[in-house]
Design a protein around this ligand. Structure first.
Ligand SMILES: Nc1nc2c(c(=O)[nH]1)N[C@H]1C(S)=C(S)[C@@H](COP(=O)(O)OP(=O)(O)OC[C@H]3O[C@@H](n4cnc5c(=O)[nH]c(N)nc54)[C@H](O)[C@@H]3O)O[C@H]1N2
Ligand SMILES: Nc1nc2c(c(=O)[nH]1)N[C@H]1C(S)=C(S)[C@@H](COP(=O)(O)OP(=O)(O)OC[C@H]3O[C@@H](n4cnc5c(=O)[nH]c(N)nc54)[C@H](O)[C@@H]3O)O[C@H]1N2
Ligand code: SF4
Ligand SMILES: [Mo]
Length: 732
C-alpha cells in the first residue's frame, strides 16, 4: 500500500518526462518494493520535511524494526501532494551514506591535505570559541563571516549574529535567484521568493526561458507542469538545448545562448506595436509607459532574429500564441537566472513582459502568495555594529541587493577591504563548487585564521576546514518551523525520525553549545527544540500535538488573485508597475533594459552551459548510494555534427579545457541532436575532489572548476555561470 504514491509519482514522471527519470534505473523503488513483500515487523511513521533540495516537501519517514526503511510524500503537504521526487525518496540513502562525517575533526596537517585528528564535541567547540574570541578581540566580530544555505542554518546564524557577526550570505542569492528577485522588485515592488507564485495549475499558456522543469525537479511545480501538459496547454520553450520540457512544447526556440534579452525586447515591441498587450492593466497600474515604448521601438523580430538565431516568424508566432491567452499566460521568471552578468535586467524584461500581459495577481498568471502568522519565540536583540557590511550589499556597492553576496565577502577577504575578514563559518554550502572560480576561493581561504565547516558529508570545502563539525541529516533533527508562502500559507515541522548513527549532532544543538562557549548562552533561552517549537505553535493558537502528528498545518485562504478578491498594490516609488524605473534612472542604470552583447566563443571553443539532473541536487547527493546508483557521473552534451567534426564518439571520455587553461576531470561525451552546435552542456555537481568522499571522488567533471571567467551584475552583485568556453580534449 505504502509505495502506491511513489508509483504514482513515477507514472507522472515517466509519462510526462519520457526517459528522464524512468530510464535512469530507479533502484530505490525496486529496493522498497522488494522490502514491502518481505516486511513483517512493526512500522513507526513520523512526518518531517525534506532537505534534499530547497522545495521543502513534507514527507513521512517509515521506521521498521528500528531501521529507516523509506521516506514518502505527506498527502497533507502542499509542496508535494503526497509524492516525493526521486531525490526525496533517496533521502534514505543520505542517512545510510557510508561517507558521512561521524565525529568532529580538527586539522593537523596543512590546509586541504585532509589530515585530521578526531575530537570530542567539547574540544572542537572550545577550540572554535577560543579562536573566535581572539579574532573578535583583535579585529571585531565583523571579521567573522558566515556562508550558509539550507534550513538548518537558522540557529547557527542566530548565534553568530548575537556574537556581532554582520556578514553572511548564501549562494541561493548571488549564484541563483537574486537577480530575478531584483528585476521583479524594481518592476512590481515585490520579489518572487520560493516557491515561485506561478499559477501553472490554471494557466492557459506557459513560456519557459531556460527553466528546465522536469530536469529541475521542484516537486509541486513539476506536478503542475505535468498536468498542464496533459491538459494540452501550449508550452513555449526558449533553450539552446532540447530539454525535457522542450520535448513537450508547441514551440521550441533554440536561442543562441546569451541573447535572450534580444528576444524579450522584440516580444515586448511586438505586443505593443500589434496592440496585443493589456491596455486596461497598463492604464490603471502602469508608470512611465510612453517612455518605455519609446525605448523598445527599435527591437523588431528581424533585429532579434539576427542576434538570437531564431527566425522572425517563430518569434512572432510564439508571441501571438502567448498573448492570445493573457492574462492566463505565464512567462516563467526562472529560478537560477545568473547566466551572463546582466541578469537583473533580463529578469526585469521578463517582469515587464508580464506587465504587458497583465498577468500579475491573475488566475493562470502570477498569483500574490499568501502567508501565515506564526508567533516568534522571544529572543534577545542583536548587537548593533558601527561598520558597513563587507560585501556592499547594504547599498554601498550594489544598490539593488537585498541579501548578502557570497562572492563579495570572498572579495573582501582577499582585499582586506573595507576591513579584514579573518574567519569563515560555512554551514551547508559547498562554496568551492557553488561560487565561480574556485581558485579565488582557495586564495581567500589562505587569508583566514579560522575556517569552520559544518557538514553532513566530507564536501570539498570541508577538506579545507580547520574544524569540521558533523551535522545530523534532516531526518535526525529538529529545526525551526518552516512558515511557507503559497496559494495558502502553511507551516511545516521538521522533527527527528531516527537517532543519528554516530556522534553527529543537530545544528541547533551545535549552535547552543557554541553560544555557551562564546559566553552568549542567553541568546538561546530555551532548553531544547520541543520547548522552543511548542511555544511558537501554541502561542499562535495551533496544537503542537496535531502538528507533530500531521507534520503540516495549513493557514486560512486569502485572496491571491483579482479573481479571488485581491486588490492590486505595488510597493514601488510610483506605487505602480514601473515600465520606466525611477530607481534605476536615479542610480544611473538603464530605466528600461537595453540589449547588451556578450562575448562570443573564440575560434575552436564552445560555450559551456549548465543545468540539473532529475536524480541529483547540486553537489550534495553524488555519494548517496541510492542516487549514485541512478546516475554516477555527468556527461558533456555535444551536438552530433560538432562531435563528428571533432572526431568524438558517443560515450568516449574527454577532458574539458577552458579559455583560461582550467582543465576538468574526465567526462563522457553525449553526442546528440538535442543541443545547438555552438555550445555544450553539463549537469553541475560532479567531479568532486575530496578523497574522503569515496562514493563520488572524481566521478564526472566539475562545471564550477571551469567557471574561471565570470561577470558581476552591477545592480545586485550576482555572478555569471555561462560565460566560459571550452575545448574537448580526447584522452591520450
Ligand atoms: N533535480 C534537481 N532539481 C533542482 C535542483 C537540483 O539541484 N536538482 N536545484 C534547484 C535550484 S536551487 C534551482 S536554482 C533550479 C534551477 O533550475 P532552472 O531555473 O530551471 O535552471 P536554469 O537556470 O534555467 O538553467 C538550466 C537551463 O537553461 C538552459 N540555458 C543555458 N543557457 C541558456 C541561455 O543563454 N538561454 C536560455 N534561454 N536557456 C539557457 C540550459 O540548457 C538548461 O536547460 O533547479 C532546482 N531544481
Ligand atoms: N557552476 C555552477 N555553479 C552553481 C550552479 C550551477 O548550476 N553551476 N547553481 C547555483 C545554484 S542555483 C545554487 S542554489 C547553489 C547551490 O550551492 P550549495 O548551497 O553549495 O548546494 P550544495 O551543493 O547542495 O551544497 C550544500 C552542502 O550542504 C551539505 N548538506 C546537505 N544537507 C545538510 C545538512 O542537513 N546539514 C549540513 N550542515 N550540511 C548539509 C551538502 O553535503 C553540501 O556539501 O550553487 C550555485 N552554483
Ligand atoms: S523536490 Fe524532491 S528533493 Fe526537493 S524537497 Fe521535494 S522531495 Fe525533497
Ligand atoms: Mo538555486
Amino acid at each position: 500500500m505504502e509505495h502506491v504514491s511513489r508509483r504514482r509519482f513515477l507514472k507522472v514522471s515517466a509519462a510526462t518526462f519520457g526517459g528522464a527519470v524512468a530510464a535512469s534505473g530507479w533502484s530505490p523503488l525496486i529496493g522498497a518494493a522488494k522490502g514491502a513483500q518481505e516486511y513483517t515487523g512493526a512500522v513507526v511513521t513520523t512526518p518531517t520535511f525534506c532537505e534534499m533540495c530547497f522545495w521543502r516537501c513534507g514527507g513521512i519517514a517509515h521506521i521498521r524494526d528500528g531501521k529507516l526503511w523509506k521516506f514518502e510524500g505527506n498527502p497533507k503537504d502542499p509542496q508535494c501532494h503526497g509524492r516525493l521526487c526521486p531525490r526525496g525518496t533517496g533521502a534514505v540513502g543520505a542517512y545510510y551514506d557510508p561517507d558521512r562525517l561521524r565525529q568532529p575533526l580538527i586539522r593537523v596537517g596543512a590546509r586541504g591535505k585532509e589530515e585530521w585528528k578526531t575530537a570530542s564535541w567539547d574540544e572542537a567547540l572550545a577550540y572554535i570559541a577560543q579562536r573566535m574570541g581572539k579574532i573578535k578581540a583583535d579585529h571585531g566580530a565583523e571579521s567573522i563571516a558566515l556562508f550558509n544555505h539550507g534550513f538548518g542554518q537558522r540557529f547557527i546564524q542566530h548565534v553568530l549574529k548575537s556574537y556581532g557577526v554582520i556578514n553572511y550570505a548564501g549562494p541561493s542569492y548571488a549564484q541563483c535567484r537574486g537577480a530575478r528577485d531584483a528585476g521583479f522588485q524594481l518592476t512590481f515592488g515585490s520579489g518572487l521568493g520560493s516557491p515561485e507564485p506561478t499559477d501553472i495549475e490554471n494557466t492557459d499558456c506557459l513560456v519557459l526561458i531556460g527553466s528546465h522543469l522536469g530536469e529541475n525537479m521542484h516537486n509541486s511545480q513539476v506536478q503542475e507542469f505535468a498536468k498542464a501538459v496533459e491538459r494540452r496547454v501550449p508550452v513555449i520553450v526558449v533553450d539552446p538545448r532540447f530539454s525535457v520540457a522542450a520535448s513537450k512544447a508547441k514551440y521550441w526556440l533554440p536561442v543562441k545562448p546569451g541573447t535572450d534579452l534580444a528576444l524579450l525586447l522584440a516580444w515586448m515591441n511586438l505586443l505593443v506595436s500589434e496592440g496585443r498587450y493589456d491596455k486596461a492593466f497598463v492604464e490603471t497600474y502602469g508608470h512611465g509607459f510612453d517612455k518605455f515604448v519609446a525605448e523598445i521601438k527599435g527591437y523588431t523580430p528581424e533585429w532579434a532574429a539576427e542576434r538570437t538565431g531564431v527566425s522572425a516568424d517563430l518569434i512572432r508566432a510564439a508571441a501571438r500564441e502567448f498573448a492570445r491567452h493573457r492574462p492566463a499566460t505565464i512567462i516563467h521568471p526562472g529560478r537560477r537566472v545568473n547566466w551572463y552578468g546582466d541578469d537583473a535586467q533580463r529578469s526585469r524584461a521578463i517582469a515587464l513582459l508580464s506587465g504587458l500581459l497583465g498577468n500579475w495577481g491573475r488566475k493562470g498568471g502570477l498569483f500574490v502568495s499568501a502567508g501565515m502568522k506564526i508567533a516568534p519565540y522571544p529572543l534577545p536583540a542583536y548587537p548593533k555594529s558601527e561598520k558597513p557590511k563587507a560585501d556592499g550589499s547594504d547599498g554601498a556597492q550594489y544598490p539593488f541587493a537585498d541579501e548578502g553576496i557570497t562572492t563579495s565577502i570572498r572579495d573582501a577577504t582577499l582585499s582586506g577591504k573595507p576591513y579584514p575578514i579573518k574567519s569563515w563559518f560555512v554551514y551547508s554550502t559547498n562554496i568551492l563548487q557553488a561560487l565561480p572560480d574556485p581558485r579565488e576561493t582557495l586564495k581567500a581561504i589562505d587569508k583566514l585564521d579560522l575556517l569552520v565547516v559544518c557538514e553532513t558529508i566530507p564536501s570539498e570545502i570541508a577538506g579545507y576546514a580547520d574544524v569540521v563539525l558533523p551535522d545530523t541529516t534532516f531526518l535526525e533533527r529538529h529545526d525551526d518551523l518552516l512558515v511557507g508562502f503559497g496559494r495558502v500559507g502553511w507551516t511545516s515541522l521538521r522533527q527527528p525520525v531516527i537517532a543519528p548513527p554516530h556522534d553527529q549532532k543537530p545544528a541547533w544543538w551545535i549552535a547552543k553549545q557554541l553560544a555557551e562557549k562564546l559566553g552568549i548562552g542567553a541568546c538561546m533561552p530555551f532548553k531544547d527544540m520541543e520547548e522552543y517549537l511548542s511555544y511558537r505553535v501554541e502561542k499562535s493558537g495551533y496544537s503542537w500535538e496535531t502538528l507533530k502528528k500531521d507534520g503540516v498545518i495549513m493557514g486560512k485562504p486569502h485572496p491571491i488573485t483579482v479573481e479571488t478578491g485581491l486588490d492590486l498594490t505595488f510597493d514601488t516609488p510610483s506605487g505602480k508597475v514601473e515600465f520606466w524605473s525611477e530607481r534605476l534612472a536615479q542610480a544611473g542604470f538603464d530605466p528600461v533594459p537595453k540589449y547588451t552583447e556578450h562575448p562570443l566563443a573564440p575560434a575552436g571553443y564552445l560555450r559551456l552551459i549548465t543545468g540539473r539532473a532529475p536524480v541529483h541536487t547540486f553537489t550534495r547527493t553524488q555519494s548517496n548510494p541510492l542516487l549514485r546508483d541512478a546516475m554516477s557521473e555527468n556527461e558533456i552534451w555535444v551536438n552530433s555534427a560538432t562531435a563528428a567534426r571533432l572526431g568524438l564518439k558517443n560515450r568516449e571520455y574527454v577532458t574539458l579545457k577552458n579559455q583560461d587553461g582550467a582543465v576538468s576531470n574526465r567526462i563522457r561525451v553525449k553526442a546528440t541532436q538535442r543541443i545547438r552546435e555552438d555550445c555544450v552542456y553539463m549537469v553541475y555537481g560532479f567531479g568532486l575532489n575530496n578523497k574522503m568522499l569515496k562514493g563520488a571522488y572524481l566521478r564526472g567533471a566539475s562545471a564550477a572548476g571551469l567557471n574561471t571567467r565570470y561577470a558581476t551584475d552591477p545592480l545586485m552583485g550576482s555572478t555569471s555561470i555561462h560565460g566560459n568556453f571550452v575545448t574537448l580534449v580526447k584522452e591520450a
